[in-house]
Design a protein around this ligand. Sequence first.
Ligand code: NAI
Length: 334
Amino acid sequence: MQYRATLIPGDGIGPEVVDAAVRVVDAAGVRIEWERVEAGADVFLKHGTAMPDEALNSIRKTRVALKGPIGTPIGGGFKSANVLMRQALDLYACVRPIRTLAGLPSRFQNVDFIIVRENTEGLYSGLEHRVAPGVVESLKVVTEVASLRIARYAFELARGQGRATVTAIHKANIMKLSDGLFLECVRRVARDYPEIAMKEMIIDNCAMQLVTKPEQFDVLVMDNLYGDILSDLGAGLVGGLGIVPGSNIGLECAVFEAVHGSAPDLAGKNKANPTAVIRSAAQLVGHIGERSAAERIEKAVAAALADPRNHTGDLGGKATTKDLTDAIVRHLAD
Ligand code: NAI
């Protein structure tokens, strides 16, 4: 079977780690014809947008993409290409599995939870304006429709994976209307899933619980900004940003990308950890129906990382991007 998928190399370390992932998918025997399209900071200089229509249309056509990270200027400059893509394609569910991998240095063992982040609204709505000199407003938009569908996604995921609990993360004690609506929607959806326990936790307490007792969590559902922040925290619990994969899922298409950014400090040095993007590619492979190949990639990654000689700098080792990719490819041939 030959598949088609869009490939966005992205900025910074993106092209290196995306190339590594393409090599691994190929070595796993999954035949994908990649439609390579450009998006990112350099593209902005040429086209005036960091996420050109050509890239979005390619994803609409192939319905599935592997994407490298894209840099976004701080404070001013162009609008985030990532936010633009997620909104334009209505990729409403951002799913990030946080799991300890055997053989990796990390503070905790037995961490295994999934962050389900609402991906289209909240404080990422892009509605900011200056009210008066020295006063700005940034609008947090929460809708019933988006809250109900992300809640349902989280409970369906929990049911599909036989998980026991969904915890709604919120700040409804302060944002009584916006987070209050989100929480109420999760409670409503929970009634349709009697076999799954619903818990509620205020975001600040959740941050503390995550760094002291992360084993207690199962599936967590939350708004856009909370999900962004807690994803990086979660990555830190299990070995760092170089490890954790992610997916952006919509009704029409899905885009797979790591949690991490473009890591400009490592770009072009063959030092970046390719694991997160390789595991994102494994999720893509599972998504298009090649579940056994996806599992083989995950096993090969775990086997390679079990040997400290394959650890890149972020994991305390000396291996290069290519060394670790070579090791994963070798394990796929085992
Ligand atoms: P970052 O994730 O790029 O880097 C944070 C730290 O983690 C750095 O020390 C970096 O070297 C390290 N790191 C990240 N990925 C790594 C990997 N694969 N291997 C080894 N070390 C790794 O976050 P930062 O510095 O906040 O953002 C840099 C740029 O990336 C910004 O322009 C930001 O907007 C963008 N970004 C893009 C994302 C996306 O495209 N989905 C997500 C997050 C940030």
